[in-house]
Write a protein that binds this ligand. Structure first.
Ligand code: DUC
Ligand code: ZN
Ligand code: ZN
Length: 468
């Protein structure tokens, strides 16, 4: 690990946009100074390598707080491993991921965490942490949470959907929120009304409505909004913050906005699929329709506009990918029965570029807000800031050099995720990630991967900043 001087770029953080040079010493940022001043201090004579960022933005590495690598919880396994998925993340400028660990039936969460460490340790191309899914809560779960907090897992996912498997009842959710208030753990909620969805699914199947588009019809936005309302009210009663994962709809967002107006500390993420894709995709014939199944489902075009506004108005804090890819063969058995299609879409590689493209180039958010949404806010919310999420002396030297004038077209032929199709096939993105450093090591050089599996380290996370 040596030193680098990044020159000629515009340094962009959540708060500032300045022409500056970045001096990296070992794994950390050593200094950010006026252009040329570090060279003038004799660094060139000392042989410090210079990376030119002329015409580019220089920003903190992306933090994607929602991925599922090597997950086995659905009917078929996710094919992206920690090695392949994090490599794709690095190529897209994401230098930290937080994946969802879970315990297998009959095991405690601590065993689930051991299992996830055995999958990820030594394999990752970027730094990584874990959330823990809490799915069969009992009297011992509070102690489980405390134990995991001591091991650097400080956020936990509960479900109001998937009755009989992942689902938690309101009493469990309230108790966990009350505990989170005491312990500082952050509860994350998958907010859709599972029992009501079960009724709609049963009725659709009885009526012979089993094509992929009925996946969306049986999970309407009203049932997301209902669950968001309920869990934010429970958080209000508990006096605890709550984080809504993969928020997909204008109606759901409305409940977030109302809860925040009441003073509830609600944080929420949306995902690229809800910003760029709409429910019409599910009506495409055959595999095409099946290839867009995720939960919550894709919504209407108007929802996309509302979500962008939510990001710009700061009611939504993060864009996370919920990367959970399944290939064609894994989806085909569900072409005539949506219940058999595994839920989830690929996307970990494109988030930074997509939010720049749709948000900054699209005139919806500022450069600083882009960095905040993709890096700073998730680092704060998930206990990684200021080590991650900013460019400042002492922060990890996770740096992205982003060329706003370059561009590329997304395609399964050229992406690096281990999945044989892209839901964004043909999307022409303005701007491209050029060079990426992970703790001072160049892992992407001019678009080519130069890192190695095992470059990434486990991140034991601290307490959340819930007012980022
Ligand atoms: N929730 C997720 O977070 N990912 C995949 C499917 C789901 O329901
Ligand atoms: Zn979920
Ligand atoms: Zn997910």
């Amino acid at each position: 690990m040596g030193s680098y001087l990044i020159t000629g770029g515009t340094v962009v953080t959540a708060t500032d946009t300045v022409a500056a040079d970045v001096f990296i010493d070992g794994e950390q940022i050593a200094a950010i100074l006026a252009p040329g001043s570090l060279l003038g201090a004799g660094l060139r004579r000392e042989g410090v390598p210079v990376i030119s960022a002329d015409g580019c933005y220089v920003l903190p590495g992306g933090v994607d707080p929602h991925t599922h690598f090597e997950a086995e919880g659905q009917s078929v396994p996710v094919l992206d491993t920690f090695a392949t998925g994090t490599r794709a993340a690095a190529l897209g400028g994401t230098t930290t991921v937080i994946d969802f660990a879970y315990a297998r039936p009959g095991e405690r969460p601590a065993q689930g965490l051991d299992w996830y460490h055995s999958k990820a340790d030594g394999q990752c191309a970027v730094d990584y942490g874990f959330h823990m899914m809490l799915t069969s809560c009992d009297a011992g779960t509070v102690a489980d949470v405390d134990q995991l907090m001591d091991r650097g897992v400080t956020s936990f996912k509960l479900y109001t959907a998937y009755t009989g498997t992942l689902y938690s009842t309101d009493d469990v959710i309230l108790r966990m929120l009350q505990h989170s208030r005491r312990s500082g753990a952050l509860m994350m909620l998958h907010a859709e009304n599972g029992p009501a969805i079960d009724v709609l699914r049963e009725q659709a199947v009885e009526a012979g409505q089993t094509e992929p588009r009925y996946h969306a019809r049986t999970r309407p936005a009203a049932l997301e909004a209902e669950a968001v309302h309920r869990v934010t009210r429970l958080a209000e009663v508990a006096g605890a913050p709550v984080y809504i994962v993969h928020l997909s709809s204008a109606e759901g967002l409305g409940e977030v906005v109302r809860a925040r107006a009441r003073g509830v500390r609600v944080l929420a993420e949306t995902c690229p699929q809800y910003l760029f894709l709409d429910e019409d995709r599910l009506a495409l014939p055959g595999f095409e329709g099946a290839s867009f199944v995720c939960s919550p489902p894709l919504r209407a075009k108007e929802d996309q506009e509302a979500l962008w506004k939510g990001l710009s108005d700061r009611h939504l804090q993060n864009v996370a990918t919920d990367h959970c890819p399944f290939c064609r063969d894994q989806r085909l058995p569900g072409v005539d029965d949506f219940r058999k299609i595994p839920n989830g879409l690929p996307g970990v590689e494109h988030r930074l570029e997509q939010v720049f493209h749709g948000g900054v180039a699209g005139g919806k958010i500022s450069l600083n807000r882009w960095v905040e949404i993709c890096s700073t806010a998730p680092a704060k919310i998930f206990g990684l800031y200021p080590r991650k999420g900013t460019l400042a002396p002492g922060a990890d030297a996770d740096v992205v050099i982003f060329d706003p004038h370059a561009g590329h077209v997304v395609s399964a032929k050229t992406h690096h995720m281990n999945v044989d199709y892209s839901v964004y096939e043909g999307q022409a993105l303005s701007g491209a990630v050029r060079t990426v450093l992970l703790r001072g090591k160049v892992v992407v050089d001019d678009g080519r991967y130069t890192g190695a599996s095992g470059d990434g380290r486990f991140l034991a996370r601290g307490a959340s900043i819930t007012e980022p």
